[in-house]
Design a protein around this ligand. Structure first.
Ligand SMILES: [Zn+2]
Length: 142
């Protein structure tokens, strides 16, 4: 048996509940079978473990963290690749091109990407032009 401290996201009620195993808990949560006994909401989640436990966990998983970082990098690279394949690179002209699409109704088959300064982004936003910042990793093997 395992005891979890649960929290209801709806009414913020904290309560303890016993489960046969962590797997049982996950199953119940997956199928929305956990109910708050106060408001009957299904938005019940496990609260974080005691800080002490987390601390120990962190020490042991510093190696894991590096792996995670690599996985995140890999994700960003894949995302960048997707953008490269599906958007047109306008480089330094990003702000100019974004405006010409916005104001001249310039039709482009592809969306655009490129580099813009923080100031450019701010101005574009003020003009109601939708631009998103994306993390970018230069891949030297490319
Ligand atoms: Zn509740």
């Amino acid at each position: 048996m395992i005891k979890y401290k649960l929290i209801c996201k709806n009414c913020d009620l904290l309560f303890d509940s016993w489960f046969a195993s962590s797997i049982e808990f996950e199953k119940l949560q997956k199928y929305n079978l956990l109910n708050c006994h106060n408001c009957n909401s299904e938005q019940v989640e496990k609260t974080l473990m005691a800080p002490k436990l987390i601390h120990n966990e962190e020490k042991r998983s510093s190696k894991k963290k590096n792996l995670n970082l690599r996985a995140i990098k890999e994700n960003i690279k894949n995302y960048n690749k997707f953008i490269k394949n599906n958007f047109e690179n306008v480089g330094e002209n990003f702000a100019y091109e974004a405006r010409s699409i916005h104001y001249n109704n310039k039709k482009k088959e592809k969306g655009i990407y490129g580099t813009a300064s923080k100031n450019d982004l701010k101005e574009l936003k003020e003009e109601g032009i939708d631009a998103q910042e994306v993390p970018w990793i230069e891949d030297k093997n490319n």
